[in-house]
Write a protein of this length. Structure first.
Length: 360
């Protein structure tokens, strides 16, 4: 029931009203569809991590450590960087929002590739800054020359996603070294799955003194998407700005402790990612063998470029096989990889579409 005297003002400011709604991958809780739309880890959290979460549940009447001190120190040790150059936040998307808000005045520009992560144009616009999307190259990776050419004196950040979501293509080490002198934010949400030795490594660039800020997350390979914890490695002035712009107590005690326990279980985590990466390589070569032009993904998903008509057909074929994938209007379909049996179901759908039966 609406109140007759309810005023309709104030309205949200123009840049907010103009935003398209964020389209998240459909929730994976469905009991009938296999959720391959959100790049989550196929595996349940490690038992050691679940134990920590269960024990920490008893503390949730208390606020967490707002500085996430123990977690930042553990990350600093893990990556051999100073702890005051680590900033934790509610998912790496949360940290990215803080970076953009900290660095951009209205009208400033943020250059990023397109297609890339859907949150980028939203966060830039929300901060009052101007998104400058630069089309991907023919290999479905970043076109760094075109991105460099898009830099103006209003550019505050060049935002790179490596491996790129949704195409999976990483940025090469050689390309990263040629970047111009603006702040480069490297979103490495899928770095744990990257087995290509020629790829850029943000931490290495950071330690070499490049003007980069590295974003990483516990949501993907570490399997903690639901807990919301990610971090940035950033030079002291930016790290300090991130502490100032953080929503108070944004990372729960459960998330902080689970993230520490995950770093402590690094060996087991690596076994899991190795299973996914070998499956990824198998799926890509099999998909190519049956006629699909799948790019060189170094993440836990594959990308199928398709015009809108074909995209709808592909999405529908997966839905008929009770598999939920992520479609991008006019651009293509992204499919998250899982265990061998599930991946075989994916290959079967692809084989049926091209008339190349028998995906084994
Ligand atoms: C999933 C994803 C993230 C992670 O977001 P969180 O907020 O840490 O869950 C960040 N960047 C990209 C490109 C992603 O795909």
């Amino acid at each position: 029931m609406t109140h007759p005297a309810m005023p309709l003002t104030p309205l949200p400011r123009g840049s907010v009203s103009a935003l398209p709604p964020y389209v998240a991958g459909r929730a994976g809780q469905s009991e009938t569809l296999t959720p391959l739309a959100s790049n989550e880890s196929h595996y349940l959290p490690l038992q050691s991590v679940l134990d920590v979460i269960a024990r920490s549940g008893a503390n949730i009447n208390r606020y967490p450590d707002s500085g996430a001190t123990a977690l930042r120190e553990r990350i600093a040790e893990h990556l051999a960087v100073p702890a005051d150059e680590v900033a934790a936040g509610p998912g790496s998307v949360g940290v990215l929002q803080q970076i953009i808000v900290s660095l951009c005045d209205p009208g400033d520009e943020v250059v990023f590739a397109w297609r890339s992560f859907e949150a980028y144009p939203l966060l830039v616009t929300l901060a009052g800054a101007r998104p400058v999307p630069v089309p991907l190259g023919p290999d479905e990776g970043h076109d760094l020359e075109a991105m460099a050419a898009a830099i103006t004196d209003r550019t505050r950040i060049v935002l790179l996603c490596t491996p790129n979501n949704p195409t999976g293509v990483p940025i090469s080490r050689a390309a990263i070294e040629r970047l111009p002198h603006v702040l480069v934010v490297l979103d490495e949400a899928y770095v744990e799955y990257n087995t290509d030795p020629a790829s850029a490594n943000g931490i290495e660039s950071y330690r070499n003194g490049q003007n980069v800020c590295v974003l990483r997350t516990f949501s993907k390979a570490y399997g903690l998407a639901g807990l919301r914890v990610g971090y940035a490695i950033a030079r002291p002035p930016i790290a300090e700005a991130l502490r100032k712009t953080a929503i108070p107590f944004g990372v729960s005690d459960l998330a902080q402790r689970a993230a520490i326990a995950s770093l402590d279980a690094e060996r087991e985590m690596r076994d899991r990612t190795a299973r996914i990466t070998s499956e990824r390589d198998r799926v890509i070569s099999r998909a190519r063998a049956i006629g699909w032009a799948v790019p060189n993904s170094q993440a836990n998903f594959i990308w199928i470029r398709a015009d809108e008509d074909r995209r709808q057909k592909i999405t529908k074929a997966f839905e008929e096989a009770a598999i939920l994938v992520r479609g991008y209007t006019g651009d293509g379909v992204r499919v998250t990889l899982a265990d061998p049996a599930t991946n075989d179901r994916v290959l079967r759908v692809l084989a049926e579409m091209t008339g190349n039966g028998g995906a084994q």
